[in-house]
Design a protein. Sequence first.
Length: 219
Amino acid sequence: MKKFICALAMGFVFTLTSFAQITTASSFFKSISDYYATLQDYECMADIKINKNEMRGKVSFMRPEMMRIDFIQPANQCVCFDGSRLVIYLPGQSAILEQNITPSSAKIAASPGLSLLRRYYTVAYESGQAAVPLDEYSDEKVVNLVLYRRSSNEAFRVIKLSINPTTKLIRRVVATTPRGDVYTFNFTDYKLNTKMSEQRFVYDPPSSANNYSNFLLSE
């Protein structure tokens, strides 16, 4: 009888220990969001695929809301946001798209992106909390999350995130629109807290290109 009680007690302790090791998808994603909130700036390479169209560029981000993408493919294309002005240069069309951001919109843009995803999407593990290879023959392992939109107002119906649990960095994003368009982003070669200067986000596009101001609000 004593052996039975001892075995039962050990089993109970083992069960509690195993339960304590379970991290919910929401808690895991919050820890990633909290980590990104500590980064003052970062750079990385991004391979972008929108349906069958492929692009590649260098991403620069600086808190609270500055971002720039210098494209290698298409060559010389650039997207730059300095916190109040969005500039997109499209060399193939010889076009410059500019949009001034209002203070209220800038405040929204400054909100941590991952925090917004937590607010507007529900989070689940794709196949459990255990890390799996990023690709079939990859040595790098990631935790895969699936985010489902809470309302039909969100631009993406579902978003899949692949996160390295050791570095806490997002390695892949696959976002699908209600129409079935798929946006895939692969992020590599991260450089964190580089003491980036605000001058990085001063962009002067070629004066010879056609300028289209406030393109987001145009008819």
